[in-house]
Ligand binder design. Structure first.
Ligand code: AKG
Ligand code: FE2
Length: 512
């Protein structure tokens, strides 16, 4: 990507003017929302087309000889675009439509689909329904409009980063971020592992196994089409909504959301009547290489631990660590996922963590993070990246940061677990970060006590070992920082995203 000199930037503007409303993609010139232009490498696939309404990034205003439609919004000019858009979030469908017809700038604001997503989610007409006709956008769905009925107004004199940026983010080519992974960053790829190898060498490292899940029946039969033929009426959770699979498929196959709704369902096994485990007719089972999962001792009281994940290209998960200091595996059944990961102690560019690491703030969308921070992140020595293809499984060690994006429409199965090597970390997380523990039923008021009791009853020697790991980590930490109370005053650790918790919820390597 190259910064574009302003003369070429003007060319881009003219090209946009020429193409106008819904024209052909520009060859390889792309607008940057910051007002800088850049070339998108034409070898990386189609570049970002002009906005269908002709909306342009703010920077274009300064090179445009034409009018600026923002001059028509009267007293609302006092508000920056961000605030204007926030104001619209409080309006109902009728008001949005009426306001949108007052001038072109407000039309551009009032048809923004994020605003209509809010209208949809707040409308009882939709929020209580699991099956309906998805019409390609939130606005068209709420208003029940066909593409021919959807108003198209020429907004080529509307200059706004706030309005243009979501369009860029929903069109950026992912390949430019996923290709040419530096050799040093590559997540290790192995055919398969034994439990002994995992326990001895791999439990604290990410890796991809290319052969491990080949025997799973689901790898032969499951595609989105197949699931649609079998489970069209089954209602799955997709973030804030519960939709039938038929409705979700309509959505995932025809959306331009910057952050598409992601189907992420923890009750899929019951809903689909699946058998899981090594029994006749099982759909899949836990890979042996990860060994015993100590949360199995909690039986029905264990926190949520397995999910079916389905989403379109560009859907995925923004940077996070998995809950309760658990490790995880994530198996791709259809599609391909790009993973970028950092060890627990790393400071991830663009990800800000509160002092007690209970709050993580990062750009809202995956595309925004890729645009703004990927290049910087890739240069860090701790960075690990890889593509997990259909039929492969990836290991996420306890405490590792990860961002994941689907490169195609895809299906995955994931499970969180507690291997013996991370028992100390999980115990200390449950004990020291009790306010951040998640996924347990509300009735379980003391997850740490419950887990310790189960270990004492069924695996006393492991409990002893786990508690030893825990106090050893605490002792080592105290010797590094002086004392626990002074932890938050260590200047080198401030706001770095370092996840120490003096929960020592992560692996040993974390100790600086
Ligand atoms: O497949 C994905 O989007 C990753 C899911 C994930 O990170 C998780 O389940 O914790
Ligand atoms: Fe995760």
């Amino acid at each position: 990507m190259m910064i574009l000199p302003s003369s070429q930037w003007q060319n881009r503007d003219r090209a946009l003017e020429k193409d106008g409303n819904g024209g052909q993609p520009l060859s390889h010139l792309v607008a940057d929302s910051g007002g800088n232009g850049y070339y998108d490498d034409p070898t990386l696939g189609p570049s970002i087309p002009p906005h269908p309404l002709g909306i342009k990034p703010l920077g274009n205003k300064y090179f445009s000889g034409s009018e600026d439609d923002r001059m028509s919004i009267g007293v609302l000019q006092a508000l920056p675009d961000e605030m204007l858009m926030q104001l619209l979030e409080y309006m109902d469908a009728r008001t949005l439509r009426l306001l949108g017809y007052t001038c072109k700038f407000l039309f551009a604001c009032c048809v923004a689909d994020d605003v209509w997503k809010t209208v949809f989610l707040e409308s009882s007409r939709f929020s209580t329904k699991s099956s309906f006709e998805w019409r390609g956008s939130w606005r068209a769905t709420v208003l029940d409009l066909s593409p021919e009925q959807t108003a198209r107004v020429d907004c080529s004199n509307v200059f706004s980063d706030v309005l243009h940026r979501p369009f860029v983010c929903s069109h950026i080519s992912l390949r430019q971020y996923t290709k040419d992974i530096p050799a040093a960053n590559q997540i290790d790829r192995l055919a398969d592992l034994s439990y002994e190898e995992f326990a001895e060498r791999w439990s604290k490292k990410p890796f991809i196994l290319t052969e491990c899940i080949n025997p799973w029946p689901v790898t032969k039969s499951w595609t989105v089409d197949y699931l649609l033929s079998q489970f069209a009426d089954v209602v799955f959770r997709a973030e804030a909504v519960d939709w039938s699979f038929a409705t979700y498929c309509q959505y995932m196959r025809n959306t331009r959301d910057e952050s598409p709704l992601y189907l992420f369902d923890k009750r899929f096994a019951e809903k689909m009547a699946l058998k899981i485990g090594k029994e006749d007719g099982a759909a899949y089972w836990k890979p042996e290489c990860f060994g015993p999962d100590l949360f199995e001792l909690l039986g029905a009281e264990r926190p949520a631990h397995r999910w079916l994940i389905i989403g379109p290209e560009r859907s995925g998960s923004t940077f996070h660590k998995d809950p309760n200091a658990t490790s995880a595996w994530n198996a791709v059944i259809q599609g391909a996922k790009y993973w970028i990961m950092f060890p627990p102690w790393a400071s991830v560019p663009g990800v800000f963590v509160s002092k007690d690491s209970s709050e993580v703030t990062s750009p809202l969308s995956i595309a925004e993070w890729l645009l703004e921070f990927h290049a910087e992140a890739r240069c860090l020595p701790e960075c690990r990246e890889g593509i997990c293809n259909a039929g492969e499984i990836l290991h996420v060690p306890s405490g590792w940061w990860h961002l994941v994006v689907n490169l195609e429409d895809g299906i995955a199965l994931t499970q969180n677990f507690v291997p013996q090597s991370h028992l100390g970390g999980v115990l200390s997380f449950l004990k020291e970060k009790a306010d951040q523990v998640s996924g347990f039923e509300k009735a379980i008021s003391d997850p740490y006590g419950l887990f310790v009791n189960r270990l004492r009853e069924e695996q006393p020697s492991l409990l002893e070992e786990g508690l030893k790991q825990l106090s050893e980590r605490k002792r080592r930490w105290d010797s590094v920082v002086g004392n626990v109370d002074s932890l938050e005053d260590q200047p080198q650790k401030k706001n770095t995203g370092f996840s120490f918790g003096f929960g020592f919820g992560d692996d040993d390597d974390e100790i600086p």
